[in-house]
Design a protein around this ligand. Structure first.
Ligand code: GUN
Length: 283
């Protein structure tokens, strides 16, 4: 049976360190302060926003939540982002995704000041990411790389297969694995013979939102399996990976919950603190 990659324990370990960094900032009269804009009533988003808030409180970071109604107009959201960009007390801004249909989410992301872009999703920061000279990275991908390194899992030269090509997870994951010198394949909805590709992989990262997509027959003996999925099935939270069967073949595997989720939140907080420090060092 594969070893569990315990993201929750690792996030807590990192949290101790980050709290100290926040305390040091506070001694200088600086309290990291970021804002989450959530538009509409997506139930998963509301849970994510609350989870972040709890973590921010624990770290000593101020998190404001701007909960906007489902019929919010594009201009209102843009005006709010402009206001937060211009406010020197605010160190970070993020727009929780997905946004309602009438909203052009890409335009909102583009409007965020790249220096306050805690999510690393503005076009400028996506460009920096792919150029390999980044300061903030999308939190899930960054957290996964940190977790693999924490468990001393070699990446250089390894075949990594990322399932999912979202801007939030799949693409940044591929960029960071590439930077670690892995040989990266990105698979998605249109990929033919997915199992043939995943069976070659030393490392599989699945971020599709499709419960039980990755089954034991798709996994090579000894592969490392990272599950980013957060799917609700019969009132239970499950990942993209059929954990019970895949854990018998994998050398390492992340559980859901308790794997990638806590790391995403922790690395978002790390980004808030990094941007706060940089903002003040530049003043
Ligand atoms: N929705 C789900 N995950 C994320 C994330 O990492 N960032 C943003 N902005 N929205 C999300």
């Amino acid at each position: 049976m594969g070893k569990i990659l315990d993201g929750k324990a690792f996030a807590n370990e990192l949290g101790q360190n980050l709290k100290e960094k926040v305390n040091n900032l506070k001694k200088e009269g600086i309290t990291p302060h970021f804002c989450v804009i959530n538009i509409g009533d997506n139930p998963a988003s509301k849970i994510y926003v609350r989870t972040k808030k709890r973590r921010a409180d624990k770290m000593g970071i101020i998190q404001d939540i701007y909960q906007l109604s489902a019929d919010t107009k594009q201009e209102e959201a843009l005006t709010l982002i402009d206001k937060l960009n211009a406010d020197p007390e605010i160190n970070g801004v993020m727009v929780q995704l997905p946004a309602p249909k009438q909203i052009d989410a890409d335009e909102l992301l583009e409007r965020i000041d790249p220096n306050k872009d805690v999510d690393g999703l503005t076009p400028i920061n996506v460009g920096h990411l792919w150029m390999g000279d980044h300061f903030v990275e999308p939190a899930t991908a960054e957290g996964i790389i940190a977790l693999l390194k924490h468990y001393e899992i070699p990446l250089a030269g390894k075949k990594a297969v990322v399932i999912g090509r979202s801007n939030i997870v799949g693409k940044p994951m591929a960029a960071l694995l590439l930077e670690e010198n892995a040989t990266v394949t990105i698979c998605h909805l249109y990929t033919e013979n997915l199992a043939e590709i995943t069976k070659q992989a030393d490392i599989i990262v699945s971020a599709t939102g499709q419960a039980f997509l990755v089954t034991a027959d798709m996994v090579k003996d000894g592969a490392v399996v990272v599950d980013v999925g957060m799917n609700h099935v019969d009132g239970k939270l499950v990942g993209d990976v059929d954990f019970d069967s895949v854990k018998e073949k994998a050398s390492y595997i992340t559980p859901v919950p308790g794997g990638v989720g806590p790391l995403t939140v922790q690395f978002l907080m790390e980004a808030v603190v990094k941007l706060t420090r940089r903002q003040h060092d530049r003043e």
